[in-house]
Each structure stands twice: as C-alpha cells, then as structure tokens.
Design a protein around this ligand. Structure first.
Ligand SMILES: [Zn+2]
Length: 354
C-alpha cells in the first residue's frame, strides 16, 4: 500500500465519521421533529412491521454487549411508535397475513429475543403502563438452569480471557472426523461464527477449553446481571398472566437450528415448548429462530412440533414468500440515537411483505 493511499483512507474515514455524527446529532433530530421522516413509510405497500429487540438496560454499554438498548432510548421508541402507528399482538399480525387483511393504519408488532430478565425489569413496566402488547421469545434453558448464561454472552463478556494462543494454527473441531476438523480461527468474530456451526455439546467442550472457568466466574461476578441474567419462572408466569405478553420459544439452548441433526432439532423445538407451556399454563405457538438460522427441514419440523407462527430475521428461502407460517422481522440498532431508530422503524415499512 502507498503512504498516500493510507492517508487518503484515513481522511475518508474521518469525513465519514463526521458526516455520521452530523446526521445523528443534527439532521435526524431535525427531520423527526417535523415528522418529515413519515414519508419513508407513507408510500410503502407494507402495512405491518415486526420489530425485534433483545435486552433493555438502564445504561447501554456497547463495549460489554451490543444486545441491549438503553432504557431512555427504548422509552422514546415506544412513545414514537404509539404516536405514529397501531401496536398489535403478533397473533393478530399473522391472522391478518393469513386472511389477506391489510390494517387501515400502519401497524407495529413488538418482539424481544433471548429472554433476558431485563425485559421483565425494565421493558415490561413501560409496556404495561402504555397497554402495549409484545411477544417475548425465551431461551428455555432459563427454566431448567436459572444461573446459566447464553453461550454467546459467555463469549462476549469474557472475550479478553480467551486463550487465542491455543487457537494458533487452527483448532480441531470436536465431533468432526473429516477434512473439516481443523479450522483456522481469526479473532472473536471468526470464533463466534465457528461456534454457531456446532451443536451444544461440541460448543461447550470447545468453550471450556478456551476460557478458564474460574476466571470466567470471577469476571461475570463483576458485571451487572442486567447484561446477562435470564428470566425467572415467576416473571415469565406473571407476564403471561397479564394477557399483554405472549411467551414464544427461542429454543432450548439457542443453537443455529440448521446445523443440528434430526434428534437435536426435535429436542430444541419440543423441550423448549413443553417447559414454557408448563411455566405459563398457556400454549406456546410462536417460535423465533436463533440467529435467524433455518432451512426447509427446520421450518417443517417446527410446524409439525406445534408451532404456528415462525419468525425469521431476513427471509432465507424462496418458499418463504408464499409461506403463511413465516414472517421476517426488523432489528433496530441498539448502538445509535433514538432519532436514528425512528428513521429505521419508518424504513422497515419499505421492505416487501405483508
Ligand atoms: Zn437470539
């Protein structure tokens, strides 16, 4: 690379960052104060969008985890959504979709993935106060082992404890005897991607070799549980009883379902459903695919396991467009300003679909 090229890319990055800051701090607030951003959804044919949140915490800390939105920003999202749209339950959106009904007023469905306790502590009071329905997709391991961390939270919260020296030259993937068994890993995102391709047993085996357990326990004890603790059974029950919150499944252990064998897939779908039904006393009919990962056999198995409403992130299969059981969702960034979030919500209506 020439020195000139390097300084050019430095200048370009500085200019881009400056423009982003101007957009976030000046342009977006000015636009959303006038309501001009509504033009983004006005001419779209889509009448309903399903939004995907994860955690809600008093103070977002994106160095720790990008999964959680700050409470103040989330509150502003809710105010904005209430003012501009109807908020409808997920079941109503699917029912409209199946019957070809297009609601007169543009509508939003609120969903939360993973089953963090902070959904109960911080999001639920706001939803209850405003009478807004929502669906929580709970990783059911919280019912069988309340102290468990989601595997990717362990990875994120202990990322500087990972023994990368042990990864040098590639690692031997557990349970793979063929040529794929050695894989080169570069950095945290490569490691995360590789872990997604493993079943639970192999993932745990590998993680326990990469992160010292004692150090991990010590580290986690210094971090607020707001960033990792999963819902308790009594909290799930209380929200389900409110009639405002639907509890859906996010599987048992949050694996990428498309990499599992038949037995593992059946277990993830059925055990989580049963545990959540026992906890809520209600049928669990909605399922969100962890990491948005699925394929045709996964969809079919979900339906034969008793799920009626399947939630993707983005559609992945050509058959999805005519499939009455699956809908895409729109993830709103946790790392930007409230006004950028308003614009993202408006833009969500521009995607094709119901
Ligand atoms: Zn998830």
């Amino acid at each position: 690379m020439f020195a000139g090229q390097s300084s050019f890319s430095h200048i370009r990055n500085s200019v881009m960052n400056f423009l982003k800051t101007v957009a976030r701090k000046i342009v977006f607030p000015a636009i959303t104060a006038t309501g001009l951003e509504r033009i983004l959804s006005t001419f779209s044919t889509r009448q309903t969008v399903i939004l995907m949140y994860h955690g809600v915490v008093p103070e977002a800390n994106h160095l720790l985890s990008v999964n959680h939105i700050g409470l103040e920003t989330f509150g502003r999202h809710l105010e904005y959504i209430r003012k501009r749209f109807s908020v409808i339950p997920l079941q109503e959106a699917f029912s409209n979709f199946r019957q070809g009904i297009h609601p007169e007023k543009k509508s939003v469905v609120l969903t939360f993935d993973d089953g963090y306790e902070n959904n109960y502590t911080y999001a639920y009071p706001l939803l209850k106060n405003a009478g807004l329905p929502a669906t929580l997709f709970v990783t059911a391991q919280c019912l069988s082992d309340p102290e468990m961390l989601l595997w990717y939270d362990t990875l994120d919260l202990c990322c500087d404890l990972i023994d990368y020296a042990g990864l040098k030259g590639g690692i031997r993937l557990p349970g793979r005897e063929n040529g794929e068994s050695m894989q080169e890993i570069t950095g945290l995102s490569g490691l995360r991607k590789m872990l997604k391709s493993l079943n639970r047993e192999s993932k745990q085996q590998l993680l326990s070799g990469l992160i010292d357990r004692e150090k991990a326990v010590k580290r986690i004890s210094t971090i607020s549980p707001d960033y990792y603790r999963l819902l308790r059974k009594s909290q799930i029950r209380e929200m389900a009883d409110s009639g405002l919150i639907e509890i859906g499944s996010h599987t048992m252990y949050h694996p990428n379902l498309d990499v599992l064998n038949e037995g593992e897939l059946a277990f993830e779908l059925s055990s989580s459903k049963k545990l959540l039904e026992d906890a809520t006393g209600k049928k669990v009919i909605s399922l969100a695919f962890p990491d948005g990962a699925y394929n045709e056999p996964v969809k079919q198995k979900a339906v034969t396991s008793g799920y009626e409403n399947l939630l993707a992130a983005d559609y992945r299969l050509a058959t999805d467009y005519s499939d009455m059981n699956i809908q895409p969702r729109f993830s709103i960034s946790n790392t930007t300003t409230a006004e950028s979030g308003f614009i993202q919500i408006q833009m969500a209506f521009q995607k094709s679909g119901i």
